[in-house]
Design a protein around this ligand. Structure first.
Ligand code: ZN
Length: 220
């Protein structure tokens, strides 16, 4: 269980049904290789999305979000997000590359039709921390056999804890496929700048169980 003495972490998701609910779909096929673990060769991310990066935005809310889950392991951030991230010296995202919005689909009838802000693509760093298996409730298809990537299929998650944090603010954790993880400093940054379309779930409360398998063992 996290205490004040230990850093806390949060899973970063899009805030669906918010006033800034926005999604992105890429156009065309500009797909590269998927990254692999330098020790065991397992895939540690999705195939890279290469330039030219173009696609369509869908606006479900009334305003464009500052954060949108992107294609593959990448994510898309508004210019407001990118500027504030750089000014405050947060870490774990780099190489912000422009994304060309070819078209905006609106799911609501709005009195105004503003243009979207400039958006930028970035892939969070892999390996900023590792899952602490003994203090996590993660169902795995097979035992972890590589201590670096800790890559396995994960059918269910009912809370998890991290170890070996390197201090980055946004990252993919070893042994935790799927969503990026963020630091407490990142959460305060989001609140201070009122950045939108982000849902931040404490890792110990994060549940992912699409097959309804239930928790592996009692509460942590
Ligand atoms: Zn490995």
């Amino acid at each position: 269980m996290a205490s004040d003495a230990h850093p806390r972490f949060f899973v970063l998701k899009n805030a669906m049904d918010s006033s800034h609910d926005s999604t992105f779909e890429r156009s065309g096929r500009t797909i590269g290789e998927a990254p692999r673990c330098h020790l065991c060769g397992s895939f540690i991310g999705m195939r890279a999305w290469l330039p030219p990066r173009r696609g369509e935005l869908t606006l479900y809310g009334t305003e464009f979000g500052d954060y949108i889950k992107g294609p593959g392991s990448g994510h898309i951030f508004s210019t407001r997000f990118v500027e504030a991230f750089r000014v405050e010296g947060l870490t774990g995202l780099s190489d912000f590359e422009p994304v060309e919005i070819l078209r905006v689909r609106r799911r609501r009838r709005l009195p105004h039709s503003k243009s979207p802000p400039p958006y930028f693509h970035s892939v969070p760093v892999f390996g900023g921390a590792a899952v602490d298996e003994a203090r996590s409730r993660i169902r795995r298809h097979k035992p972890i056999d590589c201590d670096w990537c800790r890559e396995t299929n994960v059918p269910s998650i009912h809370g998890f804890t991290l170890e070996q944090w390197r201090g980055e603010d946004v990252f993919f954790a070893r042994g935790m496929p799927g969503s990026p993880i963020v630091s407490e400093r990142f959460v305060r940054f989001v609140e201070r700048h009122q950045l939108t379309n982000m849902k931040l779930i404490p890792t110990e409360k994060y549940t992912w169980d699409p097959m309804g398998l239930g928790p592996l063992r009692p509460e942590l």
